[in-house]
Design a protein around this ligand. Sequence first.
Ligand code: NDP
Length: 292
Amino acid sequence: MQLIDGKAIAAQINAESRAAVKELMGRGVTPGLAVVLVGADPASQAYVRNKDKTCRELGMYSEKHELDAATSQAELLALVQRLNANPAVHGILVQSPPPPQIDERAIVEAIDPRKDVDGFHPVNVGKLALGDADALVPCTPLGCQRLLVAAGIETRGANVVVLGRSMIVGKPLAMLLMAKGVGGDATVTVAHSRTRDLAAVCRGADILIAAIGQPEFVRADMVRDGAVVIDVGINRVAAPDSPKGSKLVGDVAFAEVAPKCRAITPVPGGVGPMTIAMLMQNTIAACRRAGG
Ligand code: NDP
């Protein structure tokens, strides 16, 4: 069984990003990312901190905007517009989920699609569906695909089951894997909460990708011998024995599934680090397209 080390693969990609940043800076351009957080959700704060830190480590320009939980839609829109107009900022990310008074869809649509490094703007969703090379693609699906390629897992002709159909993970991932080319050309099935006989559908997968947000949902009887399993899930569950009283688990019951697999990602240390690495790559790509 091969344990796919997302941390090591992300570190390699970050090294490539660092070199790309250096090269761009040699030409007088510094890729810049602005991350916006509304409110004080601890998990979101940790994500935003991590993104800001990685940006700086790679030599990029980083702006972190932490706004009060009571920020209005108009105030947030005004900030997005300022960032759209700022030539030092090539990527804009508004951390999800925002507080209830914020219309997230309207905020995403206000971001200049060329700076939409999360890949959630309808223009980028459309470009991905069309197979346009200049689409900005959501970071987690992009990270899953890169992980498969880097781990030497052939997707061409493979039966892939994507468990979950969200716009953040499942749906864009299915589009990436069915696209023509390296890391694509798969026969993709997307399963969700309405799928009949889910276990049998999952057992049909050469590559099973779980993105449902249900702790340890995928059990051994849902996985065929020799399958590759990518676990996107990040779930905090109670763990009375650990010093923190809680721990992170994926959507896959790792201990019982891993022995059946040809390859599997751990949680943490699998898809998670790839997401930030791909955010940095998207920001560099946006900078290059802006003329950097
Ligand atoms: P969503 O809640 O938006 O979507 C969950 C999807 O899973 C839905 O399509 C839902 O089906 C499906 N689903 C839920 N329960 C079941 C079930 N019992 N059986 C079958 N399908 C089910 O989640 P996200 O896509 O945003 O996130 C999924 C997981 O990935 C979460 O654990 C999240 O924390 C993690 N994540 C990790 C990231 C990373 O960086 N590693 C980044 C983003 C997310 P339906 O549509 O029918 O309701």
